[in-house]
Structures are given as C-alpha cells and as structure tokens.
Design a protein around this ligand. Sequence first.
Ligand code: CO
Length: 436
Amino acid sequence: MNRRHFLASLAAAGTQLPAAAPKNLKITSVQVLVTNPGQTTNGNYVLVKILTSEPGLYGWGDATCTGSELGVAKFLEEHLTPGMLGRDPMRIEDLWQTLFFLPYYRSGSVHMSAISGVDMALWDIKGKVAGLPVYELLGGRVRDKLLTYTSAGGRNYQEVEEGVRRLMARGYKVIKVQVSAPGLESGYAVPQSDRQRAATAQAHAEGVAPTEIWEPGPYVRTLPKLFEHLRKTVGEDIDLLHDVHERVTPSQAIVLAKALEPYGLFFLEDLLRPENLDTFRIIRQQSSTPLAMGEIFTGQWDGLNLITEHLIDYVRHDLAHVGGVTTGKKVATMCEPYGILTAWHGPGNISPITHMANAHVSLSVPNFGIQEYATGWGNPIREVFSAIPTFADGYVDVGDQPGLGIDVNEAAAKKYPYLRRLRPAIRRRDGTPWPY
Ligand code: CO
C-alpha cells in the first residue's frame, strides 16, 4: 500500500490526513493496555497507544517486559506520559532522550521497556504520516526476506531429533536445539517431567513462583552428545544453534565452547553472564564457536565491550527492552564495522508489535544475521493483533503497510486481562539460587 492508497483507505473510513505532514502535530494522549490473549503463562503484553491531534492518527508500541509487566505499565502512566503530552510525535530522537533523562535515576528493564513502547509507537506514527513502512524510513530493504529460526526441545535425543525433522519439513534452515539433562525434571526450553509440570501448575494456581532444580554439570556433559547424535542422524544440511541461558559457571562456559566446536554451530547463545568479560576474552582465545549475546540488555550501553572487543559474533538485543526501533538501528550500526551481525530476540513472550519492529529493523540493516521468530500464535493473538510477520519456507517478512503495519483490536484485548504467572525460581540441589 503506498501513501496515496493509504490516504484513500483512511478517507473511506471517514478519516482525512493532509497531503503534507501535519503542522503542529501534538501528542494528545498516551494509553497503556495490558492484555494476555489466550491467558497463557508467558503472555502478558504491555501495549502503548499514542494518539495525536490529527484525528485518526495514532501509533502502537510494545513495552512488554516479562516479570515486570505491571511495573512498566504504572511507570509509563505515572512517570513518562506527563513528559510527552503536547509534544511533537515526529521528533522521535528528541522524545527518546527526553524520556531517558526525565526520571533522573535512569535505565534498567522497567524504564527502558517503557521507552521502547513509546519509541515503536512514534515510528508507527511517522510511517503513517509518510505513508511508508518503517523499513523505508530506515533506509529501505537490504534483503527480500529474513532468515529465521525456532526451537526444538526434547527430554531425550530422539525427541529433539523428531522435532528437528518436523521443523525441517516446514522449511526451517536454522533450528535451535535444547535437551534435558539426566536426572533433571526441567531445563531451559525443554519439556518438563509430569511431576514438575504438576508442581508448576500448583504454584501458578497459588499465585507464587514455581521452583525448578538445576545442575550445570550433567548439562555440560550431555550437550555435546546431543549435537553428535543430531549430526549423525539429521546430517550436515541444516544449521543448528543452542541457548545456554547463562546457566553455567565461567569455567564450564569455556569447556562447552570448545566441546561444541566440531559440530559447527550457527551460534551458541547466552553462554555466560555478560558481566564475565574476562571469561569471554579467554573463550575467544580458545574456541571458534560463534557466540550470541544481548537479550537481557536494557540499552545501547550494555554489552559495549562485547562489541568493541569483538568478543561475540551476533547481537541479540530485545527491541522491547533496549529502546525500540531507534536503539536497534543504533546497535546494528555500532556492530557493522566489527562484522558483528544482528539476531534480535524474538520469543513468544513479547507481543507481535515487537516482532513487526524486529522485522522492519532487520530488513533495513546491512549486517543482519538471522531473526528469531516465535511460532504457534494462537487464535486469541490473531483476534487482538491485525498482523504478525508471515512465515514461508524458513523466512519471515512483513507487508508494505505504512508504519509498523499492525493494529490492535482493543475490545478483543480487554477480554483477556492480565494474569499473574510468576517466572520459576531456579535453584541448585543445595538450594543456591541460579540464573534462569
Ligand atoms: Co537466549
């Protein structure tokens, strides 16, 4: 849809936009909507709608921060919105900086998720004013479609292998593989045992955090055997990757990066807490396994040494937590001269609005690597959101609608209220708290 068609469609809906960018455009209202379409464990979305002085001209953004959803909603309403009312929504960078300095005690997941939601909504508005998709405003497409991956998890090697074969049959070229470790009833991105599933359901019913037991030793010894199994059974004609989720010690991280080297991973994700810079330097000396980091960063300053010392190969910043489209474009630009590629975080617990924003940035940056994309969006999601990036043969794409190309059915969203579903507390067998 080009600008002329867009204006015609607005006119048909009874809305008129002036031929040029509206003069004296102002933000008149910022609305926050918390919704959990399908009432799922991971699905509380914090949506931001910015309305303007131009009738019918508004934008949607995603401020979802799983684990702090209502904190972000309240922060937006009470501490950021008053700083935006009456200001020009076209001045995106100005507003980004204004909101960053406004609370004085700045940064962190709540503040930066709130800014991310506002930033996406402002880009959505600017695109609608221009009559162009956001990727056009960022410089235009550098590729026709986005290579993507999704996850295959199992309780044993055979289950993972079956999952990989199913995804290969759907056209996936890159697949994330996760397997349970012996003696553990849960793990990251693997199915839980029946007993753990019942315990988790019980905790959710009581409104408290479930507990999961984790031991990194069996995991570190198991993982290379999974890749050995998969390379023997599904062959070399598929790219595989894995997410450690920071669940190992620094020395175990070194062992893993070296042990996985023979299997030629696409990348190894979240190998270690990003604060362990000294260990990242050692790993780079000892292993050529490509590394990906960034999903828990909350701004363009986080992980800067990982980039400038070229200690990683892929950046995985979450555009709903680091400052939206604006920050995504800046991070990609910082990485470009180092040859570091993008792989924006794209799980199911951020809303389709961020998935659309991910796609717009990914389409427009030269140093794109891959785009994580959640599958299995249910009917309630499709009822609330007008668009989700489309998947075909291992790639995703967005259409050519102005802005981010996504609208929200607010009446439908209100049918699905916030649902408290605390994330699990991970502990060693001796009770020690451990990273999720
Ligand atoms: Co990860």
